[in-house]
Design a protein around this ligand. Sequence first.
Ligand SMILES: Nc1ncnc2c1ncn2[C@@H]1O[C@H](COP(=O)(O)OP(=O)(O)OP(=O)(O)O)[C@@H](O)[C@H]1O
Length: 588
Amino acid sequence: MKKYIQKRFAMSAKGASDLIIGIGYTTLQNIAIMLPMIFLFIFMDQYFPLEHQSNFGSPWSLGTFILVAFGMMGVIYGVSLLQYDSVYTKVYNESSQRRISLAEKLRKLPLSFFGKRDLSDLSTTLMNDATDLEHIFSHAVPQLIASLVTILIASIGLFSLNWQLSLALLWVVPISFFFIAMSKKKIDKINISLYGKKQDVAEKIFEGVDLVQEIKAYNQEGDFDRELEEVVDRYEASLLKEELLTGAFVNASQMLIKLGLPSVILVGGWMVMQHQVSIFVYLIFLTLGTQIFNPIHEVFNNFAALLFINLRIKRFQEIHDIEEQKGDDDVALENFNIEFDQVSFSYEKESPVLSNVSFTAKQGEITALIGPSGGGKSTATKLAARFWDVKSGAIKLGDIPINTIAPETLLKYYSIVFQDVVLFNSTIRENIRLGRKGASDEEVVNAAKFAQCHDFIEAMPNGYDTVLSENGSTISGGERQRVSIARALLKDAPIILLDEATAALDVENESKIQLALNHLVKNKTVIIIAHKMRTIAGADKVVVLDKGKVVEMGKPLTLYKDRGVFYHMAQKQELILDETNHYSDSLL
Ligand SMILES: Nc1ncnc2c1ncn2[C@@H]1O[C@H](COP(=O)(O)OP(=O)(O)OP(=O)(O)O)[C@@H](O)[C@H]1O
């Protein structure tokens, strides 16, 4: 049973045991709530015996009644406390575990996964789905199972007392459950469409926040508002439909179940008149009839949430089932050469981005990737850091295929400066320290000085303690890139990947940073992508990528003399290389 629950509800082993215990206590609570009725029967039976003889032996004293009443209150209180702890506290624990395990899983997934899923969808799974499941497992699931168990237990007792009255009371249960189950298919369908529409609203809002600059720059506010209104209207209409349909079925089932009591009144009244049943038994059925269905009412109230459960769990399960990038944590690397061996790769099937790419970026050398836009340069550098796994061929680091090295271990060897720098909503100091946790303040300042950040940081109101807004939007593009370079300097990893690192810098800063990079790249494996030819004229090797293929490879001067793609790109940028001046013209 535990294994089944674990699989069915995508739970941890502990979560499944807790749910079973929760169901047990909820059943006990349902039964305990009926104790006052039993108390009432005993009292009435002993003090107002309707059939001249008590069913419960000699009368209790008033003191005994008071004692039993307090005892009963204690039992109800104790059971309710245990039920609360087992259902709510434990369910919230499981829920936090669910969120943590999802976040852990996301951390281990390859970037290809994030390219396919949009972020609003992911955050919905993390936040809303987890919250909804929390509600379902604390309110609906234990109560549903517990009320069925309670009714089953009560039915055994009631049937042994009088089967005709039991039938009169309980015939409504299977019929109302059957009725509500019939609506499942219809409500499920609406729920799926409702869920999609809710996603559309979330995506649109995300888009608005993400692209606020472009929306304003291109005067698109009106269009954006209109589109947002449309998706919100569609969601609202779908929500209304869902509420109406669920309400209709739930109310009808609740009305149906209420018929249990009148049918006991009628059948029981007739049987009492025919002397087929004692008035005492009749009273028991009447009082139970007012109480026994209360838990089922609550289950029906949570019916819509219960129907959502499969959809929610499926989304969690889907993410959990995605294969993680695995690999060894312990690797002994003899060197830090990166070798591309016949590498082919595509993001989407049938549109290859790299085809049979082979080159080696040697330790202590600068390997420059150049070529027309869309040629696959960024893709090659990201593959080198195992952001994706190659489809065929192999990428090796120090002769070890990188797909056998755990991504976290592998990335310890890399400092990466991307085109699009990401900064966090934290102080500049912490943003730089991201390069190496535990680096001292002095080391942070030194890295900032090397990356030409120190002066602009000092000029800010709180210096290194200035809090950057999310994505660093309060500093310029060039400054953002310099902070990112400071991070890489601090990390001081043996491999450096630079993607357009100097694109957003003015000429003066670019020169300063290039000097700092010169210092940094000594004895390291450097792969650099740059469109500015003069930044790579001093590279040890140039690999020209065009339409995913290596079309030229060699030393810059050799390629320049060969008058191929490299030469034409250099010419377009008015770069002249010759035996004497190419190093002085280059900055690396
Ligand atoms: N995440 C992605 N999903 C799908 N296709 C992608 C993705 N990233 C890049 N591509 C496609 O792969 C091809 C190569 O892109 P890539 O960014 O590697 O080229 P590049 O040479 O670095 O270009 P640029 O010089 O303009 O930055 C392009 O056609 C691009 O549209």
